[in-house]
Design a protein around this ligand. Sequence first.
Ligand SMILES: [Zn+2]
Length: 434
Amino acid sequence: MANGQVTTRSRLEAHARSLPLSLRERYCGLVNYGNTCYANSIIQALYFCVPFRKEILTFYAELQRRRERGRRSKSGVPLGDLVPVDYPYRNNLGGYRENVLTALADLFAEVHGLRGKSPNGAGVSVATATAAGRSSETSVLDGAVLAPQTSAYTGLVEPRNFIARVRQSSDLFAGYMHHDSHEFLNFLLNQCAESLREERRIAVSTTTDASKRSANPEESWTTFIERIFQGELVNETRCLGCETVTRREEHFLDLSLDIEQHSSISACLRNFSAHEMLRSGDKFYCNVCRTLQEAEKRMLIRRVPQGAGAPFETFQIFGSEYEAFLRVCNISDDAEDVDGLYELFAVVVHVGAGPSHGHYVTLAKSSGGVWMLYDDDQVEMVEDYSLQEVFGISESGQSVTGACSSDCGYILFYIRREDQTNGHAASDGLISTM
Ligand SMILES: [Zn+2]
């Protein structure tokens, strides 16, 4: 067993070293602290979301600067520990507020080889990472972020602090039970966005720069979580009495789709926008008719997730059946920039029966184009055909995880790619399947 692990690790190391520097990544397993696969699986999927990784590691560089400032300010004691947690301007004193976001940043930095122990004792010191962050933003984005600063490309990381923060921050995840990874994803993204908004509120309210202070803190500023993951839906309801169409816009961080057996994600996306009749007990109150009326309702996508200046963006679909590429087609007439091609880059796979039982693993596509299987502390390369197995029953009835055929893709992560087809895509919205 130990030999097998050594072989797997050296194969991964050899694979990483065979790639050009710009495509090298670290492939780290994560220790399971008792039913924490729901969190490990999401962390691995998000780590392979490159725009998200860039943002979190950039945030980490800034966090380290604040920590250093805090350490220097009071004879080696971090200022963060000296200032009461509820002191409103705590952050501006060079202190910092530890939360799920900072714990996530530390975890990403460790996976990336920027901090903590690595198997060869390699890894970059905090000072180096901080200096890289200070010299210019580009050096963080181009250097420390994409190419890991390490001499070992595999490792085992202990997300102990991160899990402790999560358990501390949410009653839902407080215990040692198995949890739903989709719920965890929502929790994590919302917590991170909330922390960033709070930072922003404090920064705006305490700034000495009058021009910044006069700006409305609730202006159109958005966090990188929204820039990367958030899209917009339009809920259209047409009253059958007076034909008035009521439109209601809502934001989404992911789309939950009803998946029918043997149907594709593209087909499910189309179904998502199918007309639904509201009648009998489910009638719609029309403000024009001033009474309950039968109505026709449908949901359209108004804005697919946008990344400011990023060449690609992501969104997730909660569903099943493998499509390597996807085109979003059910868009509203006033949609903004939706003609995007999306590529699958990660799948959280549920192994076993029911979302509150069983086990989660992640398949993630590395920068080198090879799919990796993350099963807590185990990481291995898998063949492309393994992907199809988690989207339906394979011919052999065996899944990539070696378990039963009930394993299925649970959360699919797509990333926006530059469209190379110049609009010559198939009209059914599906570019290619494997
Ligand atoms: Zn009406």
